[in-house]
Ligand binder design. Sequence first.
Ligand code: MET
Ligand SMILES: [Zn+2]
Length: 769
Amino acid sequence: MVQATNLGFPRIGAQRETKKIVESFWAGKVTEQAVDEAAIKLRAENWQLQKAQGLTQIPSGDFSFYDHVLDHSVMFNVIPQRFRHLPDGHERNFAIGRGIQKPATETQEKVDIEAQEMKKWFDTNYHYIVPEFEANQTFHLGAQIKTLQEFNEAKALGIHTRPVVLGPLSFLLLGKAAKNSPGLDLITLLPKVLPVYEELFAKLAQAGADWIQVDEPILALDQPSAVIAHFRETYTRLTAAAPSLKFLIATYFGRIDSNVSFIKDSGVAGLHIDLVRAPEQLEHVIANINNTQVLSLGLIDGRNIWKTNLANALKIAQTAVQALGSDRVFVAPSCSLLHTPVTLRFEKRLASKSPELFDWLAYSEEKCKEVQALNNGVESVQAELADNARSIEARRTSAHTTNSAVRQRLEAIVPDQLRRRSVFPERQVKQHEANPLPEFPTTTIGSFPQTKEIRLARAKFTKGEINDAAYYDFIKQEIAFCVQEQEKLGIDVLVHGEAERNDMVAYFGERLEGYIFSENGWIASYGSRCVRPPIIFGDVHRVKPMTVTESVYAQSLTKKLMKGMLTGPVTCLQWSFVRDDIPRSVVCTQLALAIRDEVADLEKANIVHIQVDEPAIREGLPLRTVDFDFYLQWAVDAFLLATTGVKDTTVIHTHMCYSDFQDIFQAIIRMDADVLTIENSKSDMRILGAFSTHGYTAEIGPGVFDIHSPRVPSTQEMKERADAMLKYIPRRNLWINPDCGLKTRGWKEVRESLSNMVAVAEALRASKA
Ligand code: MET
Ligand SMILES: [Zn+2]
């Protein structure tokens, strides 16, 4: 019998219960006990729900208040020195995730501990807390063994679960050396961590577990053969130590490729592979497991919101069943459903207003149902399949997903549309002539504080409590205020402040055709923070200008240059749920054409500096280096298509943040922007050296201060940073700006920081080259 399984269920709750209780706890409104009770209730509901959908192997240990990697570190007692004096419990765990600051009291000194680093989880928009290991790291299980507790909790409810554990190689290699242990080779910790895994597995076996899921997502990345040798030894040892347990190694987000080589003789009972991202790998994997091992087929997309084409999935499942026999096949989502919203039950507005589209969707709850339907399908129960086929066909043939004008325009794209008229050095001369700026021009990245008043006005507008005219008047006032403030500060290239934007992608999505918005499509992003990505369901196109009114109004208030502000096509793509019926590159090109039109309209309206933000370009990079070029080709082409339709004198800016630029220098150069502003205040200056060695010659504004912190940087520290930048960047190319937008900050600190920043530029100008 094929098993219907799942790798992980969202932990946020259908009504974001986890976020709410955790944030109440942070605010001191509820006790630790209340937090635990809420979690127990939610876990029970999640297990019951999965059971009700017919799953036969349900995960446990997949819950988390903050991040599952953080939980895993804590379970193994990998707690950085600076947190160790805090008492064991939620407060300490949250402190590791978000840092802790408390003013001094009569009885206690002040507390100020920096959080552990947060990083993007592979190519998703989920962030994990990077484990910090020390050279003399010890590992041991504490009194609270989360995975065991949750297994027992489910058992008490009569639900036999499959505990999920992050595997030792991924745990170590996704981590980093602590500051006090520079150069630590993480793999040398393996002999120390394995006994603790053995102990954990023995306890799970004793509690009655049979299958356990050991996540090793790093198997989807390029790995040197030495690491694969460690995999072989590790799993041979762990499985021998726990003979009653059946190990399922779970990989996801990409293909396992040659990393599969250790599986055969490793003693593991099964392997999970992602057949949504990498359907082509089935045959290769079947050929590389032994004749008792189970193959878990990731056939339901765990990272998107569309219904699965069950007939197609069934064909793949049947191929596997033919090769392996039904006892050796599991069906499952491609990865943990952590990356998909919880349930469609609360999407009332979509259900009533867009029933056609609503019928195409499946969130986590519905995806569990699909797993079961697929399972039934393999067992020749066809009932749900017919219904699914109808829905898939309706989507395929819908008149609403295709727009022939858009398709024709895409067909007609010619290489000239991806090129500026002149090369950068010529443009630079013309630009400086047409619109002179002082040396070291100062600017900001776009957004200014999103105050309570702004959010309130927007909420009222959305609820219909104030009309269009009143809301727009309010926005105009905000723009005027923001322009005035920048003039007072003496900034050179101004922005309108983005008061009208709730979110840099949603704002454009709401103004483009081809997008819809969910009410409850939340997914975890980091900590308690959830995001609700807009949904691209059809051909994207622009019906009318989206930002011109605001930019033109802002320009009318000042003699200084006003920078137009747009979100780039790649970022719109990355931060949306994207239709899966045409290639992502095509969707991206459609977005690029829409932005191109907007750029043209801004230029026509005499906006001569235009910024097209691409903060997400790096995160779209594939997991395997051989796939980089293909992605970068279409992603950079999309940026070029969006930005190159302008005159030589129009200055195109782009902005990137959250990035390791290492892998993408060539791509950044090919983007051919005139000015690049990047997050830099926390990075090593050597990265700037790398920009010039790789041949970057255009203007650049590496951020001189960190906008994530309310701290006001002094002129001196920023000047030191700028001086260091001048070692790598010629004077005429250096801009002075913050790391990113200021929307999460308050006006007081923004004024002070920017005033100090302007002083830096003045000091630089005074010092002759
Ligand atoms: C995440 S990048 C943000 C860029 C945007 N223009 C802003 O300032 O908010
Ligand atoms: Zn940014």
